[in-house]
Design a protein around this ligand. Structure first.
Ligand code: IMP
Length: 192
């Protein structure tokens, strides 16, 4: 069975390949010659993940899955959410986004937040969604140098270290993406 993962993020591809059995061959966007930018124009994680998996299915004819992730901060009513990548502006760096979030939470005692990943799967003409959530809190200052994005300021519940202080495999076991991927893997194993 061949399936496209609508990404070129090597980190994510490696994570998925480790989890899937060898009967399932994962192709990336580069592998199928898809080099155009797929614009994420929806205002939900589900919508944007679906845009990516639909694009591959409709234009290239492959079964496909795609993911989208957001950081939802309780005291900010779920912001930045689906806009996490562009929270501090269209070309914002990870650092810009982190700084903007810390500023927005200055003096705020409710630091509760969660990461949410949605995976959209297009398989044999059917649409499926898988969700993974990781609950935690936003730190007062960045901690650690691993990972990416908001990792230095997010500490998952039950841990005393931020995502950026964890190694990849520890993060993968408890993270939003790890949990969504585990559901996808179970589903594909049943189908394969
Ligand atoms: P994407 O949809 O996976 O590309 O994620 C959108 C944005 O959410 C990224 O640009 C990061 O800022 C943030 N993000 C996603 N996953 C993580 C994570 O595991 N740790 C920290 N930040 C993340």
């Amino acid at each position: 069975m061949k399936i496209v993962f609508a990404t070129n993020n090597k980190h994510k591809v490696k994570e998925i390949k480790d989890l899937l059995n060898s009967k399932i061959k994962v192709l990336t966007l580069n592998d199928i010659g898809c080099f155009e930018e797929i614009e994420e124009t929806e205002d939900t994680l589900e919508g944007n993940a679906k845009i990516k998996s639909d694009h591959v299915k409709n234009k290239y004819g492959y079964d496909c899955f795609a993911d989208d992730t957001g950081l939802e901060v309780e005291a900010l009513g779920g912001v930045p959410g689906v806009y996490s990548a562009r929270y501090a502006g269209e070309n914002a760096s990870f650092e810009d986004n982190v700084n903007k979030l810390l500023k927005a939470l200055e003096g705020e005692s409710n630091r509760k937040a969660r990461f949410r990943t949605v995976i959209s799967l297009q398989l044999n003409g059917k649409q499926e969604f898988f969700e993974g959530i990781c609950n935690g809190k936003i730190e007062l200052v960045p901690k650690g140098a691993e990972g990416f994005g908001y990792d230095p300021i997010f500490t998952p519940n039950g841990f005393d270290m931020s995502f950026a202080e964890m190694d990849l495999s520890t993060k993968g076991k408890i993270s939003h993406r790890g949990r969504a991927v585990a559901k996808l893997v179970e589903f594909l194993k049943i189908k394969s």
